[in-house]
Design a protein around this ligand. Structure first.
Ligand code: SAM
Length: 287
């Protein structure tokens, strides 16, 4: 008898909060697979039960991914379709999955994406910051020195930057970002996306840092931080003149008016002058 053709590995995105975000195709694929490899079988078991999907689960997390990979490959080679899910969002994005995907592709197994929720993309899509080029940085190092080194390396990056952050570290993280990038950079803190208490804060890094230091709600739940990229060097060249004009006008006029006038006098863009005005104001306010 001929051998069964190999199965497929489906990489299936699951909701990041709102169960309505599990796509009909994700549901069908999960139902039809012989096995679901899950980061946490209890967590994914509850999701599958909610959708009345009864398929055996196998745990696959950061600590056993290497060990589990040959077992999953054997199942795929024997003809079983396998779905890979993580606790929330898209597997392999700051989640386990990359090792299995690489091994399956190398073994000639078909790997199919069943795309859907991803916190980074959801936050970016509503941030209102440029999206033509962006850098997904995932979690910054938890040790302060390593985190600051990473931020220093990103300070001149013109791309919009996307970070995951733990709520316990958000105040520290924003503090370090403001120090590395300047307090005037625009940023968005997106919290509890798609959930009941979803909140999106848009402001300068300096203002967000101050808010995180005070507001208890910012130290709970799940958070994505999106930060505007560095200004192009051409803008920086004229910043001396802009700062000089702003310095004089800010002493006499409200911030928005000073920024508008300074932009006209120094030949800068309104947005750049406004951001610079915020930075100068924040720099002159004692912490
Ligand atoms: N693979 C997931 C994805 O596609 O988004 C990310 C997994 S990573 C371990 C978990 C982090 O994603 C959280 O710490 C948080 O930074 C972010 N995250 C997940 N769900 C979120 C939500 N509903 N709102 C905001 N951030 C979320």
């Amino acid at each position: 008898m001929a051998n069964a053709p190999p199965g497929r590995l489906y990489v299936v995105a699951t909701p990041i909060g709102n169960l309505g975000d599990l796509s009909p195709r994700a549901c069908e694929v999960l139902k039809a697979c012989a096995l679901v490899a899950a980061e946490d079988t209890r967590h994914s078991g509850a999701l599958l039960r909610h959708f009345q999907i009864s398929v055996p689960l196998l745990s696959l997390h950061d600590h056993n991914e290497r060990r589990r990979t040959p077992e999953l490959l054997a199942r795929l080679q024997a003809g079983d379709d396998v779905a890979l899910v993580s606790d929330a969002g898209t597997p392999a994005i700051s989640d386990p999955g990359f090792e299995v995907v690489r091994a399956a592709a190398a073994a000639g197994i078909e790997v199919r994406a069943v795309p859907g929720p991803c916190a980074a993309i959801a936050a970016l899509s509503i941030a209102g910051l440029p999206t033509a080029n962006f850098a997904f940085e995932g979690f910054l190092p938890s040790r302060p020195a390593a985190r600051r080194r990473r931020l220093a390396a990103l300070a001149a990056d013109p791309r919009t930057l996307v970070f995951y952050e733990s709520p316990h570290r958000i105040a520290e993280m924003l503090e370090d970002c403001a120090a590395a990038f300047g307090g005037a950079r625009a940023a968005v803190v997106a919290r509890e996306l798609t959930k009941l208490h979803e909140q999106v804060y848009r402001d300068s890094l300096a203002a967000l840092r101050a808010r995180a230091a005070e507001a208890a709600e910012l130290s709970r739940g799940e958070i994505v931080v999106v930060i505007e990229g560095a200004a192009a060097p051409a803008d920086a060249a004229d910043s001396g003149e802009l700062d000089r004009v702003l310095g004089a006008l800010l002493a006499e006029l409200p911030l928005a008016q000073a920024a508008r006038l300074a932009a006209r006098i120094a030949g800068a863009r309104d947005n750049d002058a406004y951001r610079r005005a915020l930075a100068l104001r924040d720099a002159s306010v004692p912490d």
